[in-house]
Design a protein. Structure first.
Lengths: 396, 396
């Protein structure tokens, strides 16, 4: 095949965003041949998006419409699916697709609880010849790629401290009211950690490794009329004794995106789009142990802006790599199996908040599931809210 | 009187720094007429400092030397004393000075535990005609003064979140080995919170108000061979529900000094010497409640660098204001009574670490004292370390 025939399951904010990128010609090796949604109006909106695009480019395929993901998987003329339904159902459709011999790309988060994600990974392991990817589009960001490259190279030595203030996820009440499933335990399974932060939790572990313990202070519906968390301050410890903090909210504007990694041999700080490296001439420990003369002495340090390749291909980049993986066995931006890592951190944070205790990773995943189900059972219905589709451009 | 005759008790790092400023002519209304130290070599070193200064300016007074603070207070020809001995004894000498009808300036912290500071405040209250000041030299910093001015003006509305990463307090092992009392429970009563951070804890509450609860993750001797804390991550909540974090260490270099205050109507961030204000066109809550059209909408925001008066008079500024208060009833940089606030936060942090629990302010100050004494009783002696004086210029 020369192009991957892709079916999108779920034409909400994300699904229609992917379709928009396709229409704009950003995915040259992908053809969107099928779309599915439970809401007919969304399919109609998608078809009129396509019709508009075809005025400029008649080669854009008109996708076949399906009333459910299951139908698309069973009857759609597709090689692969992109699952963009609410989080709880990511594993369900990925498993169904893989078991129907389709390649699968899942929107983040990988799921809401890790037990279901483990089932999804088992399905992927049953089909090692199929490609399974996770939509971690922020991994294409040159700043985060460069941070990972520097940390993994070992040139700065071991990590001592990580600190991410990632509060530029502002959402108004209107956003939360735009979908009945949003910001409910039953519909979404969490708030800022499940919807906005899967990117950051993934990048945090992708660059710095998995934390060993998590302690969290979490506030539910603090800045919005919602039942899930919209304000989180987390503290973690790593295997080597390093510590970390992760602060997020959807209640601040303009918010901050400042990610600091302190290592034995220097410090790396990204602040929005900038990346600064302060590099020492020896490790801090070496200095501390050898200095015999200067009461207030310190190692020498050179601080400079780090150059990156400037590339930031985002969602089309992830999907183009997905196509490359299917067509030519190329590398994915993120293997689907890696989706569990950020979710483990996210679940550990909720478990810490619910139990008021430090949570060690790995934790009792059944306990987390039971707690989540208790919350879901008491979830209040959002009556009077209708489901609207917003333009996501520039928001993630 | 036209000048205040000042006696310095304690000629260690801080005392000799103040003397140096005096010799440089930075305190025109102060005459240092007496100095005291238990170590004769320190007094000799101070006298040779003065002798060196008198070569350029013969009007510099040669101070009378005393072998103890008590002698200086009883026999020195002074109007006021500056107490620059190890922290535990700040209240003792301040009380003694006030009760001998001398004005008093205390180095920070106000003391090691709040019970002794309350005795000091009671002494000040017994002598309302005497001036009692606290050496919070960082309150003279234009950036912090401006932050306080903006927050207190109310133009940004209530505080929602504070976050101070103040890790630019690097100290090597040599620093800790430079004095026997340093970094011991018995000699200093704490580590980075008691020695380096009194400035920041004071500024944090001076600008943002006192927290209501404190939760802390504290590491003792993590980066140095010391028994007290050198790595602290604190979380707090304020009366109005706002949250805060305070991260500090003496183990990082070059370290960070980034202080962020998020308010309903905007965000103020100081990063080293810069001060940035992001101001919204309405409060975030107002936007969230009135937006009815934009799924990913947000208020308008203008971000700009804040101009300050550029002044940063530091220790001489505090002492010149002290002289002005004595001579003409002018305003102090920091009234001595305010020293208890930062110490309450510091003590609450230790208590949280020792008990593993959230500490509410006010807390049981006797419990803190008892815990501290337990630690002091098991304090290991630092044998083989001698007492050296370092040049503190530019370190605080």
């Amino acid at each position: 095949m020369s192009k991957v025939r892709l079916g999108i399951i779920g034409m909400g904010n994300m699904g229609s965003g992917h379709l928009r990128n396709y229409i704009k010609g950003k995915m040259p090796e992908i053809e969107i041949t099928a779309i599915a949604d439970l809401v007919p109006a969304r399919l109609e909106a998608a078809l009129s998006q396509v019709a508009g695009g075809r005025k400029n480019n008649p080669e854009i395929t008109v996708p076949e419409c399906f009333a459910s993901g299951e139908e698309l998987i069973k009857k759609g003329k597709v090689d692969a699916v992109l699952v963009a339904v609410p989080h709880y159902d990511h594993p369900k459709y990925v498993i169904m697709a893989l078991d129907h011999r389709l390649h699968a790309m899942s929107e983040k988060p990988a799921g809401v609880y890790t037990l279901q994600v483990r089932e999804m990974i088992a399905a992927a392991d049953r089909h090692p010849d199929l490609v399974f990817g996770m939509m971690f589009n922020q991994r294409t960001n040159c700043v985060y790629r460069k941070m990972r490259e520097i940390i993994k190279s070992g040139e700065l030595g071991a990590i001592k401290r990580t600190s991410w203030i990632i509060t530029d996820w502002y959402r108004s009440q209107y956003y939360y009211d735009s979908g009945e499933w949003r910001a409910t335990w039953a519909g979404e399974g969490g708030g800022v950690l499940l919807n906005q932060c899967p990117h950051n939790l993934d990048l945090w572990q992708w660059i710095c490794g998995m934390p060993k313990t998590i302690d969290v202070k979490m506030h539910f519906g603090k800045w919005h009329d919602i039942e899930v968390e919209d304000d989180v301050t987390a503290y973690c410890e790593y295997e080597n004794g390093a510590t970390g903090t992760f602060i997020t909210t959807t209640g601040d504007y303009p918010g901050t995106n400042r990610f600091e990694i302190v290592c034995e041999g220097g410090t790396l700080v990204s602040d929005k789009k900038s990346l600064t490296l302060s590099k020492l001439n020896m490790t801090i420990d070496e200095y501390s142990k050898t200095n015999r003369t200067a009461t207030f002495g310190h190692p020498e340090c050179v601080t400079s802006e780090v150059e990156t390749d400037g590339l930031n291909e985002q969602h089309p980049g992830v999907l183009n790599a997905f196509a490359g993986a299917i067509l030519r066995g190329e590398k994915l931006v993120a293997d689907g199996r890696e989706g569990i890592n950020g979710l483990l951190i996210s679940n550990a944070m909720h478990l810490s908040a619910w139990t008021g205790k430090t949570v060690e990773i790995p934790f009792d995943e059944k306990q987390y599931y039971d707690e989540l189900m208790k919350h879901a059972a008491s979830s209040r219905l959002k009556k009077g809210s209708s489901t609207k589709i917003g333009n996501t451009e520039g928001t993630y």
